[in-house]
Design a protein around this ligand. Structure first.
Ligand code: PGA
Length: 249
């Protein structure tokens, strides 16, 4: 069975005072029946890890460099994230692909670095509105998967997040059928490439305007093993609604 995962991506939000939200979450979920992950900005990872302590909540990074160390001013390696207390790293988020022109090959190299360091990679894929309207969604997702997911992937070190770009931070969500179509497609592609055993063990997250109000419906869709949540992960109250929906799914 795939363990469900509620992952929060704080993006470039949060300073020390916001750790109170994490503390509240940690109190509410001392040992959640699903995986709960918060990916704060890099500056907070160490303090976030200290805040949750040995509690059930996991801490992750939002990106990393491909190398483990070296002359790369401003960059952070997977080893450093792990040292600070992270156990997972989001890679290839559409905001990284856009803001930093990250290509599939970059994401793949970063994912290798994350997996080599012993961390789990959450690799994001997703189509733009133009691509969906041109009926290219599955081609785009398939291409991103082939290009971004490394050969060494397993159900242990890989999580795939489907995030339609037009649904991120917009309040717009695909229909449940549309989510199901893409998740079934991702599952089939993983099984074809890695074999049924590995393909079936990789967790698939949906991301894009997930809120407490729509989470239960989304979690009932086939091959949805959890969510990658931006805005609604910033406040413990909102994120709790999503965690509860996942625990009850
Ligand atoms: P959102 O962001 O939940 O604010 O739409 C999702 C994401 O970018 O992971």
């Amino acid at each position: 069975m795939r363990r469900k995962l509620a992952a929060g991506n704080w993006k470039m939000n949060g300073t020390a005072g916001d750790l109170a939200e994490l503390e509240a979450l940690s109190r509410t979920y001392p040992s959640p029946s699903v995986d709960v992950l918060i990916c704060p900005p890099a500056t907070l990872i160490h303090r976030a890890a200290q805040t949750v302590g040995e509690a059930g909540i996991k801490i992750g990074g939002q990106d990393c460099h491909t190398a483990s160390s070296g002359a790369h001013t401003g960059d952070i390696s997977a080893e450093m994230l792990m040292d600070a207390g992270a156990s997972m790293v989001i890679l290839g988020h559409s905001e990284r692909r856009e803001d930093h022109a990250e290509q599939n090959e970059d994401v793949r190299a970063k994912a290798r670095a994350v997996m080599d360091a012993g961390l789990k990679a959450i690799i994001c894929v997703g189509e733009s509105l133009e691509q969906r309207e041109a009926a290219n969604t599955l081609d785009i997702i398939g291409g991103q998967m082939s290009g971004s997911i490394p050969d060494q992937s397993t159900g242990e070190n890989l999580i795939v997040a489907y995030e339609p770009i037009w649904a991120i931070g917009t309040g717009k969500v695909p229909t449940l059928d549309e989510i199901g179509e893409v998740h079934d497609f991702i599952r089939a592609r993983l099984e074809r490439r890695f074999g049924e055993g590995v393909g079936r063990s990789v967790r698939l997250l949906y991301g894009g305007s997930v809120k407490p109000g729509n989470a239960a419906d989304i979690f009932a869709v086939s091959n949805v093993d959890g969510a990658l949540v931006g805005g609604a992960s910033l406040k413990a109250d909102d994120f709790s609604g999503i965690i509860d929906a996942l625990q009850n799914a």
